[in-house]
Design a protein around this ligand. Structure first.
Ligand code: FAD
Length: 449
């Protein structure tokens, strides 16, 4: 086995396989380390992804066995379960394991070397540089060291490399548990006919506090159903809520095809995603959408942006933090700035009561185009703020809704800050202080007022 390469990718999931493919295609010597067997590509997921991601990433759309169903859009259902908003925009229900296998195959066909059943143990550092990884062969228990010019953390939510880097490296930023959703989901086969066509998201602070529960049909008899709750000390066990609230209402289950739990980042990306000889992508860098947790698309966008920056850095023989820095600017343009705005909105929505949510749906305060605008651009339109301001006059008591105008202002500020992400690491500390101050002020206002 080789013990040196240009690029060492920790994690052969969605982000890791795509970045391995992109860099191996450019002629770099890539090794991908994946803890699972190459035939085991299952990960607990809702398996739904917007079609637009495939256009942006530039890989073939799913087809054949990989494509289980097509959604016309998403239905968002109010806690009263009477009112709903339909948001257009086609999406795919994937057979995710087959999709990941496709990405892994693309990487290997391009020349990447996949070491399956190998787990990352620890980073190998030299001063302020990451030089490679110590890994273990899970079949033989043999430990090995691999040296690399650039190491990528694509190990998902565990961030198995990033979390073990020295605390003084900006990139090792710790993420609080409240910034994750804790989930449980089952893929079930039922003898009742399932209405296909829409991915359905149900809002309910009782069933899924701080998150939502979902019903994503795969075909007329199979659905992916689950729930996510805001993480942290007070968070309920999502499996318990599934058993209590969802299992009794899903009739005719013949077979549970797969069941399991998982964790999903629901926040802005970590502030710094590179270091000397190091890059973090996908869930390891918290790239998922803060509102709905959809992370496959952003993980691939981050892989694409990272591959571009790494290619430039290696071609200029400069894998330093400065050489890799442009990854940030590219990713913030692609998704990160929108994500920062949505993170502001997420914190606000997590405080809303079912009553307030029902009001918004019942009175048709928010329309599908408003939701589309928020979803695609990460922007709350001023017209929506005006509509909400008029509507809340009908309410007899104070409501969080009255604060939407200010939430919008904070969203705009957060987005702007991320769009103006520093062009070099020397300006990072000042920028980070501005971000921290904005979010601190926002949190204090949101929780205090
Ligand atoms: C319940 C749930 C439902 C979701 N539903 C959706 C959805 O419907 N649509 C959507 O777009 N997103 C969804 N997501 C989010 C999505 O699954 C993730 O954002 C996405 O998988 C991130 O891709 P990734 O490549 O960064 O990480 P992963 O897909 O998690 O890949 C990480 C890889 O690294 C490997 N690894 C981890 N640690 C090590 C180690 N120490 N050594 C070696 N290898 C290691 C893992 O085995 C894995 O293969 C959901 C998440 C959850 C938890």
């Amino acid at each position: 086995m080789k013990n040196k390469c240009d690029v060492l990718v920790a994690g052969g999931g969605i982000a890791g396989s795509l970045v391995s493919y992109l860099l191996a295609s450019k002629g770099f010597d890539v090794i991908t380390v994946e803890q699972k067997h190459k035939d085991d590509t299952m990960k607990v997921c809702g398996d739904a992804i917007g079609k637009h991601h495939f256009y942006r990433i530039g890989i073939p759309h799913p087809s054949g066995k990989e494509l289980v169903g097509v959604f016309k859009g998403v239905k968002v259902v109010a806690p009263n379960e009477k009112d709903e908003i339909i948001v257009g925009g086609e999406g795919y229900a994937l057979n995710r394991p087959i999709f990941v296998k496709r990405l892994q195959k693309m990487a290997m066909d391009a020349g990447a070397n996949l070491l399956d059943r190998h787990a990352v143990l620890r980073p190998i550092t030299d001063g302020t540089w990451l030089k490679g990884l110590q890994i273990v062969d899970l079949r033989t228990k043999e430990r090995k060291e691999i040296e690399a010019t650039v190491t990528i953390d694509a190990t998902g939510v565990s961030a198995a490399v990033r979390n073990k880097l020295p605390v003084e490296w900006f990139v090792s930023e710790k993420v609080p548990p409240e910034d994750y959703d804790v989930c449980y989901r089952e893929i079930i086969e039922t003898d009742r006919e399932i209405e296909v066509g829409y991915a359905v998201i149900y809002l309910s602070t009782i069933i899924a506090p701080g998150g939502y529960w979902w019903w994503f049909p795969k075909n007329e008899s199979v659905a992916n159903v689950g729930l996510g709750v805001k993480g942290g000390e007070k968070s309920p066990n999502p499996k318990r809520n599934y058993d209590k609230y969802l299992r009794p209402r899903i009739g005719g289950v013949q077979r549970v095809i797969h069941a399991g739990g998982g964790i999903c980042p629901t926040r802005r990306t970590i502030s710094c995603m590179v270091w000397n000889g190091f890059v973090a992508i996908g869930d390891a860098a918290c790239t998922s959408n803060p509102i709905h947790g959809g992370g496959m698309g952003p993980a691939m966008l981050s892989a694409k942006a990272a591959a571009q920056a790494i290619e430039e850095a290696l071609s200029q023989d400069n894998p330093s933090i400065e050489g890799l820095w442009s990854y940030h600017n590219e990713y913030m343009e692609l998704y990160g700035a929108k994500q920062a705005g949505l993170d502001v909105l997420r914190m606000y929505l997590q405080l809303m009561s079912d009553e307030e949510l029902n009001f918004v749906f019942e009175k048709r305060v928010i329309t599908s185009s408003d939701v589309g605008e928020i979803g695609y651009k990460g922007n709350v339109d001023s017209a929506l703020v005006s509509k909400v301001s008029s509507a809340i006059r009908l309410l007899s008591r104070p409501s969080l809704l009255a604060r939407l105008k200010k939430v919008k202002d904070y969203m705009d500020k957060a987005r702007e800050l991320y769009y103006s992400y520093p062009k070099s690491p020397s300006d990072f500390r000042i920028w980070k202080a501005q971000v921290d101050s904005l979010f601190k002020e926002y949190r204090a206002w949101l929780l205090g007022s």
